[in-house]
Design a protein around this ligand. Structure first.
Ligand SMILES: NC(=O)c1ccc[n+]([C@@H]2O[C@H](COP(=O)([O-])OP(=O)(O)OC[C@H]3O[C@@H](n4cnc5c(N)ncnc54)[C@H](O)[C@@H]3O)[C@@H](O)[C@H]2O)c1
Length: 462
C-alpha cells in the first residue's frame, strides 16, 4: 500500500488561535486524514493569533486537498498559502555553472580569456587530445534525451524531460564530481539524434543517453559508439543491467546457489530487459528465458524485431513456449522490467526452492513485494520504500568517473561487469542478508569503488 512520502510534500501556512491546544489539534487534523506531519514551525506570534507553517507528506493532489480541508475545518483556522515543496525545489532549475577560476582583475582576465586563452586554443588545435587536459572535456558528460520514454510517463517531449535530466546532472556531481549537462533534443528522428550528438561531442568526455524509447535507443547507441571517440552509455539499459547483475550476485550468495545452475526468467525485453539479458549471459547462467508482452521469446515467433531475434537465438535452451506463468514454473530467478501486477504469490510458489524475485516495474512492480515474500527467499524492487532498491544511481556516477579518469575512448562489456562486481563487493559478508543485497545509494564507498573498477578495466583494455 502506498504511503505518503516526500515526493508529494506540502507546506501550509495558516493562522490559528494562540491556545495551548492549537498545535495538538492541528497535528491531529493532519493525522486523521492520513497525512504525515514532518515539520511544525511558528513563523509569527501575536496576542490574538499565531501563524504556523505545517509541512506534511501526502499521497496525491487530492490527498493534499483533504489535508487542507481538515485543517480549515478546525475552529479559528484560516489557510494563507499552500506551497508544493517539490515545485519550490525546481524553481529556476536545479543546477548551474560556476567558474573555477577567480576573475578579480585585468591579470586574471588576460589569462582566463583574451589574449592568454588564444595560446591554449592553439595548443589544442595542434594536438586535439590536449582538450582532455586543458578544457572541461576532461570532466564533462552530456545527458542526452529526446524525451520519448521519460520515467513511467512515456513520450512527454524534451522540455518536460528537462527536470529529470537536471536531477541526473545533480546526482553525477553529488556522487562522483562529474560535471554533467542536460541536452534535450527537439527531435525523435534517429538520424537527427545521432547527428546532433555527433556535432556536440567535441566538448564532452562522455555521452549518457537517457530516456530514449526502445527500439530506437539500440540503434542510436550502437551507431554513436561506432562514430565517436568518447564512451556512449545508455543508462536505462546498462545502468540497470549493472545494478541487477550486482544484486543478483549477492542474492545468489544469500540463497547459496551458483548462477551456472539457475534458470532466470527476464520479463520485459525493452531497453532495460535487453541489456540485463546481454550482461547476464556474460555470467554463464544455466539458462535465461525472456518473456515480453507476446509471451516467452523463442525462435518460432514471427513477431520478433532484430533485438529479440538475437535474444531468441541466445537464450531459452529448452525451447520453452507459452506465457510468463508457465515460464516461472521451476525457475530460480525472476527479473521483471515490464509492467505492473503480472502475477501473485501462487506463481512464486511454483518457482524453485529459495527463489529470487526482482520486480522492478516502476512505480508498481510486477508483483506486490509482500506477496512475493510469501514464497521467495529474496525480493527486490525499484522502490525506495522497500528493502533492496535496484537503483541506477549505484552505477552511473562511478562508471563515468572511471571512464573520465581513464580518458577512455569507449565502454565495453568488461567494464560493465567490473562495475557490477564492484557494487556487489561493497556489501561484505557481515552485512549481507536477504534484506540487504545492494548497498545504500548514500554509501560513500560505492561510486569510488565503481570508478576504480571501471578505470582499471579501461586502462587494461587500452
Ligand atoms: N532500476 C529500476 O528499478 C528500473 C530500471 C529500468 C527500468 N525499470 C522499469 O522497467 C520497466 C520497463 O522499462 P523499459 O525502459 O525497459 O521499457 P520498454 O518500454 O523499453 O520495455 C517494456 C517491455 O515490457 C514488456 N511488457 C509490457 N507489458 C508486458 C506484459 N503485460 N507482460 C510481459 N511483458 C510486458 C514489453 O513487451 C517490453 O518488452 C518500467 O516500468 C521501468 O520503470 C526499472
Amino acid at each position: 500500500m502506498p504511503v505518503p512520502g516526500p515526493g508529494y510534500s506540502i507546506t501550509i501556512r495558516l493562522e490559528a488561535a494562540p491556545s495551548a491546544s492549537a498545535a495538538g489539534e492541528l497535528a491531529s487534523a493532519v493525522g486523521r486524514v492520513g497525512g504525515v506531519l514532518t515539520a511544525f514551525d511558528v513563523v509569527e506570534s501575536h496576542s490574538d493569533r499565531i501563524v504556523v507553517d505545517i509541512t506534511c507528506n501526502a499521497l496525491s493532489a487530492n490527498h493534499a486537498q483533504d489535508i487542507q480541508d481538515a485543517l480549515v475545518a478546525l475552529p479559528g483556522v484560516r489557510v494563507r498559502k499552500v506551497s508544493d515543496r517539490t515545485f519550490l525545489m525546481h524553481l529556476g532549475g536545479k543546477i548551474e555553472v560556476n567558474s573555477k577560476v577567480a576573475l578579480r582583475n585585468r591579470d586574471d582576465l588576460s589569462r582566463a580569456y583574451t589574449p592568454g586563452v588564444a595560446r591554449v586554443c592553439q595548443a589544442i588545435a595542434a594536438n586535439p587530445e590536449d582538450a582532455r587536459r586543458l578544457t572541461i572535456k576532461r570532466n564533462t558528460v552530456a545527458v542526452v534525451t529526446d524525451g520519448s520514454a521519460v520515467l513511467g510517463l512515456g513520450n512527454i517531449g524534451p522540455a518536460a524531460a528537462l527536470p529529470v535530466m537536471e536531477g541526473k546532472a545533480a546526482l553525477f556531481k553529488k556522487f562522483a564530481g562529474v560535471d554533467a549537462w542536460p541536452v534535450v533534443l527537439d527531435t525523435q528522428d534517429t538520424e537527427e539524434i545521432i547527428r546532433a550528438v555527433e556535432l556536440i561531442a567535441p566538448g564532452y568526455g562522455g555521452i549518457n543517453l537517457e530516456d530514449i524509447a526502445a527500439p530506437r535507443c539500440f540503434e542510436i547507441e550502437a551507431r554513436l559508439r561506432e562514430k565517436l571517440d568518447i564512451p556512449v552509455f545508455h543508462d536505462d539499459q546498462h545502468g540497470t543491467a549493472i545494478v541487477v547483475v550486482a544484486a543478483l550476485r549477492n542474492a545468489l550468495r544469500v540463497v547459496g546457489k551458483d548462477i551456472a545452475d539457475c534458470r532466470i526468467v527476464v520479463c520485459g525485453v525493452g531497453a532495460a530487459g535487453s541489456a540485463i539479458i546481454r550482461l547476464l549471459l556474460k555470467q554463464q547462467p544455466g539458462d535465461v528465458v525472456a518473456v515480453d508482452i507476446g509471451g516467452v521469446v523463442h525462435g518460432g515467433r514471427d513477431d520478433l524485431d532484430p533485438n529479440r531475434q538475437w535474444i531468441a537465438a541466445n537464450t531459452n535452451k529448452q525451447g520453452l513456449t507459452g506465457d510468463l506463468h508457465k515460464a516461472l514454473v521451476g525457475a530460480d530467478v525472476f527479473i521483471g522490467v515490464s509492467a505492473p501486477n503480472l502475477f501473485g504469490a501462487d506463481q512464486v510458489a511454483t518457482m524453485a526452492e529459495r527463489s529470487i524475485v526482482f520486480a522492478l516495474a516502476n512505480p508498481d512492480p510486477e508483483i506486490d513485494p509482500l506477496e512475493a515474500q510469501k514464497h521467495a527467499a529474496v525480493v527486490a524492487t525499484g522502490r525506495s520504500d522497500y528493502p533492496n532498491q535496484i537503483n541506477n544511481v549505484l552505477a552511473f556516477p562511478g562508471v563515468f568517473r572511471g571512464l573520465l579518469d581513464a580518458h577512455a575512448h569507449r565502454i565495453t562489456d568488461d567494464m560493465l561487469v567490473a562495475a557490477a562486481n564492484a557494487i556487489a563487493d561493497v556489501v561484505d559478508t557481515e552485512k549481507l542478508n536477504a534484506s540487504f543485497i545492494v548497498p545504500s545509494v548514500f554509501d560513500p564507498h560505492v561510486a569510488s569503488a565503481v570508478a576504480e573498477a571501471v578505470r582499471a578495466a579501461a586502462v587494461r583494455e587500452a
